[in-house]
Design a binder for this molecule. Structure first.
Ligand SMILES: *Cc1c(COP(=O)(O)O)cnc(C)c1O
Length: 392
């Protein structure tokens, strides 16, 4: 169906940070399938592990024990504040699970008949009906009303607006089950969370026994240079979701929770495909390779290099560019109003052999595979500069 405004480009092969189209033209991948292809394309180790898993077992059912799933759950918990994990297949599904958990917390723990979940303006939580209702961007709601009820939105990083909304919602007694936030808003324009704001939200959630849930679907699994975005903020969530980077290109999502808020009981939630041996093998391999190749510290170094290179670009083109912002290898380049738009820049870069993705009308998102090398980052920013020059 015609759900995507697609570019006239078909990619048929990939290796590392490079992609090729049908005519054999080569593209430098600066967007990694939108923050998905953690290890780049056709990674040797991922290929070997998945081939082996294909020769052993792909799918059984969650009616049976799945050793690969248990191992991946342990691996996630060992690297985070979580104690238990539910597996699904995408970011939206992971957030659906989080929303159900939040509502159960509201009913069971706080005794709320109609619990509310507070989320931010400019957030992005996915396209299923509840996840899109949680999403604080009216353009994604249009044409699909009525939205799922029980969500209230407030400006991101705005402590007093959050305090006011919470106070109003709780004026006649318990009403709020959870606060759902991205540690860094990806889709909404690459807006990093403010530690002071997040610490205040954590404090208020603790005081009211409200769940604090983080959507780590884009920034989690190493993209920030730490395993999880929340490590940049000095607060731990009660639960968090992940998906994009976890499978390195194989669909997998997860909700990870602390033991104290593990409210799901048999029958509460389920997924046919969720956590099957094949997808979990992909997740296990990605986590192991991030460690074996020391990618977390590499991402911090290369993120700093990318920031430097983008700052150079901004200095040379102050008439087109405002600033860059982000964490690690998720950086947003903010364009000046009145000049070329982010989609214009993405299109011009594609014509010059560089793939990027916009985050709203005026932010170009640079989200390369985590394995990108310094030389390739320099080439990426060179091509980006040529694209800007072609539009100036
Ligand atoms: C991409 C994204 C989602 C949705 O993930 P899907 O796998 O497309 O359902 C949810 N939250 C955030 C923060 C995302 O970036």
């Amino acid at each position: 169906m015609d759900t995507y405004a697609r570019f006239p480009l078909e990619l048929v092969r990939g290796r590392g940070v490079w992609l090729w189209d049908q005519a054999g033209r080569r593209y430098l991948d600066g967007m990694a399938g939108i923050a998905v292809c953690t290890l780049g394309h056709s990674d040797r180790v991922l290929r070997r592990q998945l081939n082996r898993q294909l020769g052993r077992l792909q799918h059984v059912s969650n009616l049976y024990g799945i050793p690969e799933q248990e191992e991946l759950a342990r691996a996630i918990c060992a690297r985070s504040c979580a104690d238990r994990v539910f597996f699904c297949n995408s970011g939206a599904e992971a957030n659906e699970a989080a929303i159900k958990l939040a509502r159960k917390h509201g009913h069971m723990v706080r005794g709320i008949a109609e619990p509310l979940i507070l989320t931010a303006h400019a957030s992005f939580h996915g396209r299923t009906l509840a996840a899109v209702s949680a999403t604080g961007q009216p353009k994604y709601h249009q044409g699909f009303e009525p939205m799922v009820q029980g969500f209230r939105h407030f400006p991101y990083n705005d402590t007093s607006a959050f305090e006011a909304l919470l106070a109003a919602a709780e004026a006649d007694g318990p009403r709020v089950a959870a606060v759902l936030l991205e540690p860094l808003q990806g889709e909404g324009g690459v807006n990093p969370g403010d530690p002071a704001f997040f610490q205040r939200v954590r404090q208020l959630c603790d005081a009211h026994n409200i769940l604090l849930i983080f959507d780590e679907v884009q920034i989690g699994v190493g993209r920030s240079g730490r395993w999880w975005g929340y490590e940049q903020l000095g607060v731990e969530p009660d639960a968090f979701t992940m998906a994009k980077g976890l499978g390195g290109g194989i669909p997998i999502g997860a909700l990870a929770v602390k033991a104290a808020v593990d409210h799901f009981r048999p029958g509460d939630h389920a997924s046919t495909f969720g956590g099957n041996p094949f997808a979990c093998r992909a997740g296990l391999t990605v986590l192991a390779e991030i460690e074996r190749r020391n990618l977390l510290s590499q991402v911090r170094d290369r993120g700093a290099l990318l920031e430097d290179l983008l700052h150079g670009l901004i200095d040379r083109h102050p008439n087109l560019l405002v600033e860059s912002r982000g964490w690690g290898l998720l950086q947003g380049l903010v364009l000046r109003e009145g000049g070329p738009s982010a989609p214009d820049v993405v299109k011009a870069a594609m014509d010059l052999g560089l793939l990027l993705v916009s985050a709203g009308p005026n932010v170009v998102r640079v989200v390369p595979p985590l394995v990108i090398k310094p030389k390739q980052l320099r080439k990426l920013v060179e091509r980006l500069e040529l694209a800007l020059q072609s539009l100036a």
